[in-house]
Design a protein around this ligand. Structure first.
Ligand code: NAD
Ligand code: AKB
Length: 312
C-alpha cells in the first residue's frame, strides 16, 4: 500500500515530487500539505490540506484521516534563511521532524527526510567529503540536519520506524523557486540568463559545490524509499551527487547556448562563508553500492534541458 502524506509540498522539491508520486501511486493516494495555501496545480490534482508540520497533533490527525503509510517530510527552513533567523530554523526543522517521527512511530509509517551537504563543516575533508566523516557544521541549518540524521537513526533503531534519507546537494529546477539557500544561485542564473542576458552572483566565480538536476533528485527520493531495506547501512544520510559547479563554469556552459550572456559578482559574505564551509565534492559511493544510485543528468544535459524549458 502507498498512501502518502507530503509536508512542505509547495516548495522547490515538493512541487516536483507530488506530481510524480501522484503519477506513480494515484492522485487520491497523495495528500499534499503545506503551512500556506497553494495554487490549483497542487490543490486540484489531488487532496491538499494546510498543515503546520511542527504541530504533532495536526500531523497525526492528517495522517490518520488519510490512512498514510509513508510520509515525505519536506517542510524546512534552508541555510541562508536559517542564518538570518536561527531560532526559526531550529523550531521548524527539529520541531517538524520530531512531530513527523512520533506520528510515524504511532501509526507505523515509513519516513523520507532529506538531509543536505549542509551537514559538512570546515573540518570535513573537502574533496571528496566521504560518506562517514567528521560533521561539525557552522550553520544552524547544518546543525539541524546532523541532528535530524541522528534522530531518524534513533527512531529506526529504538522504535523500528522505517526512516530513510539522502544528503541532497544544491538542486536545480524550473517551476517553484528555491526557498532561500546558499545554492540558489545555480537556479537564479538560468532565469536571469533567459530574462536579461546577465546575472550578478552572490558567490565568487570559483566557489565549487555539488549540484543535481531535480528529475534526478526526485528519482533519488523515491529510489531510496523503494530500496531493499536489507541492503541499507547508511539509512538516513546517503551522500548523493550528480555534478560539481562553479558560477564561472556554469556561465561558460550557458554561453554555449546564449553567447552574449555575462556574469558579474557581488559577494554576500554570509552565503560565501556557508559555501566555503561546504565540500567541493562529495563521495556518493555508498548510495551507488547500497541501492544503485546513479544520476541521469550531467552539467551539459542539465543546462540544455533547463534552457529549453525556460526559453519555452
Ligand atoms: P523550500 O524552502 O523550497 O520548501 C519548503 C516548504 O516548506 C515551503 O513550501 C514552505 O511553505 C513549507 N514550510 C515551511 N515551514 C513549514 C511548516 N512549519 N509546516 C509546513 N510547511 C512548512 O525547500 P525545498 O528546497 O523544497 O527543500 C525540502 C527539503 O529538502 C528540506 O528539508 C531541505 O533542507 C532539503 N534540501 C533541499 C535542497 C535544495 O537545494 N532545494 C538541498 C538539500 C536539502
Ligand atoms: C541550501 O543551499 O540551503 C540548500 C542545501 C544545499 O541544502 N540548497
Amino acid at each position: 500500500m502507498n498512501r502518502i502524506l507530503v509536508t512542505g509540498a509547495g516548495g522547490q522539491i515538493g512541487s516536483w515530487l507530488v506530481p510524480k508520486l501522484r503519477e506513480l501511486y494515484g492522485e487520491s493516494a497523495v495528500l499534499a500539505t503545506d503551512i500556506r495555501s497553494l495554487g490549483p496545480q497542487m490543490t486540484k490534482a489531488g487532496p491538499f490540506q494546510v498543515l503546520d508540520a511542527t504541530d504533532a497533533r495536526a500531523v497525526g490527525q492528517a495522517a490518520m484521516r488519510h490512512d498514510a503509510d509513508v510520509i515525505y517530510h519536506l517542510a524546512a527552513i534552508l541555510s541562508a534563511v536559517g542564518e538570518r533567523d536561527p531560532r526559526l530554523a531550529w523550531h521548524v526543522n527539529m520541531g517538524s521532524l520530531e512531530a513527523v517521527l512520533e506520528v510515524a512511530r504511532e501509526q507505523h509509517c515509513a519516513v523520507f527526510t532529506p538531509s543536505s551537504i549542509g551537514v559538512f563543516g570546515p573540518d570535513s575533508p573537502k574533496d571528496p567529503a566521504p560518506q562517514d566523516t567528521i560533521l561539525r557544521p557552522g550553520t544552524m541549518y547544518g546543525i539541524t540536519k546532523v541532528a535530524g540524521e541522528l534522530l531518524c537513526d534513533y527512531y529506526h533503531r529504538h522504535f523500528g520506524v522505517d526512516a530513510r534519507g539522502v544528503r541532497f546537494p544544491g538542486l536545480i529546477s524550473y517551476g517553484a523557486p528555491p526557498g532561500g539557500g546558499t545554492t540558489d544561485w545555480a537556479v537564479d542564473i538560468f532565469y536571469q540568463a533567459v530574462e536579461s542576458g546577465r546575472y550578478t552572483c552572490f558567490l565568487s566565480g570559483r566557489t565549487q559545490l555539488d549540484m543535481m538536476y531535480m528529475p534526478d533528485a526526485i528519482r533519488a527520493a523515491i529510489g531510496i524509499m523503494e530500496a531493499d531495506p536489507e541492503r541499507l547501512v547508511h539509512r538516513n544520510a546517503f551522500n548523493v551527487t550528480a555534478m560539481q559547479l562553479t558560477p564561472e563554469g556554469l556561465a561558460e556552459e550557458i554561453r554555449k547556448h546564449l553567447p552574449a550572456f555575462t556574469i558579474a559578482y557581488d559577494i554576500d559574505p554570509v552565503r560565501q562563508d556557508i559555501a566555503d564551509s561546504w565540500p567541493d565534492r562529495i563521495d556518493d559511493t555508498a548510495a551507488r553500492d547500497e541501492w544503485g544510485w546513479k544520476p541521469d543528468f550531467d552539467t551539459v544535459a542539465m543546462t540544455t534541458d533547463m534552457l529549453t524549458h525556460l526559453k519555452g
